[in-house]
Design a binder for this molecule. Structure first.
Ligand code: UDP
Ligand code: MG
Length: 312
């Protein structure tokens, strides 16, 4: 079975036209034209819309029982909506797409073909129908996140994706982490590939994101990197810097002490003395921070440190 997960926030005018195009494709899935075992569900997650979005979806549900709707009590953000979709989805293959018709439903069969050889398939909007600033921001992000996580794909932000159920069940999305879903899956050892897809301009409604997304996205990127490399051993991260800082402070201090012993004064070296103290304190702080981190990690030690991809 295929679960199509669509987070929607104030998209009332997009729902009907979207489903009109989605429906024939999913019927193709059901009849086996696209995929053998057939069957589908469409999970709409209404992320606290204040317009008629939910009403539009309920109309669809009257026509097709495979349409399901989850309504959030308020706007929790796209990551939360996707997480809810993951928790609820019954299918073996999950298709994630935006509800604004910028992702073209006719591309779904391509995703289904590509997921046969991967765990996650990410769309690459090689010709993007968005403003230049947005495209530029996206470019910078893709290079940066490719550099930091090691996953080099063109369009990690693309909302149009396919993934296997196991991957979805093993990911935790919060904040704005949906943007790093491919990177998170990749650092957990799943195979991520990409396919070129077409992209359409937004017809109705407005984009929910401004440039502030860049700033938040940057922090999330650091979190992805930190969690993937150091979450299980925080002392290695903080402790390293801490010891380095402490040693440097100690050496400068010792050198000043020697000067004081020989000449009876540290003369014009006051700035060096301040630096030495600063480094010593910073070093101790980082070391203790690392140890506190270890304590937190230890209490969570019963959490899995491995990922099971398949069971036979
Ligand atoms: N969305 C959501 N919750 C939010 C913001 C956005 O569910 O808080 C949905 C939105 O309705 C759309 C998708 O996420 O289906 C992508 O949003 P948008 O089109 O505004 O992003 P853009 O295409 O501008 O990157
Ligand atoms: Mg959009």
């Amino acid at each position: 079975m295929i679960s199509v997960i669509i987070p929607v926030y104030n998209e009332e005018r997009n729902i009907a036209p979207l489903f009109e195009r989605l429906y024939p494709i999913l019927k193709g899935v059901e009849s086996g034209a696209v995929k053998k075992d057939g069957g589908y569900e469409v999970l709409f997650i209404d992320d606290g819309s204040r317009d008629g979005t939910a009403r539009e979806i309920e109309k669809l549900r009257r026509k097709d029982k495979n349409v399901k709707l989850l309504c959030f009590s308020r706007n929790f953000g796209k990551s939360a909506a996707m997480q809810a979709g993951f928790d609820e989805a019954k299918g073996e293959i999950l298709i994630l797409m935006d509800g604004d018709l910028q992702d073209i439903p006719e591309e779904i069969p391509k995703f289904l073909a590509a997921i046969k050889n991967a765990d996650v398939v990410v769309g690459w909007r090689y010709y993007r129908e968005d403003r230049t600033t947005k495209r530029l921001a996206s470019r910078i992000f893709n290079s940066l996140s490719g550099f930091i996580t090691g996953l080099r794909i063109h369009d990690a932000n693309c909302g149009f994706k396919a993934l296997r159920k196991e991957v979805a069940k093993n990911l935790e999305l919060y904040g704005e982490m949906h943007r790093y879903l491919p990177a998170l899956a990749y650092v957990k050892g799943y195979k991520v590939s990409e396919i070129k897809i077409r992209h359409a301009p937004r017809l109705y409604g407005r984009s929910k994101y401004g440039l502030s997304r860049m700033w938040k996205g940057f922090f999330d990127l650091l979190t992805v990197k930190f969690l993937s490399s150091f979450a299980k051993r925080p002392f290695h991260f903080f402790g390293g810097f801490g010891i380095l800082s402490f040693l440097l402070g100690f050496i400068i201090g010792a050198w000043l002490f020697a000067i004081w012993l020989l000449t009876g004064t540290i003369g014009g070296h006051t700035p060096a003395a301040i630096l030495s103290m600063l480094l010593l304190i910073l070093g101790l702080q980082l070391i203790s921070l690392g140890l506190i981190g270890e304590m937190i990690a230890a209490t969570k030690a019963r959490d899995r440190v491995y990922e099971i991809k398949r069971r036979v």
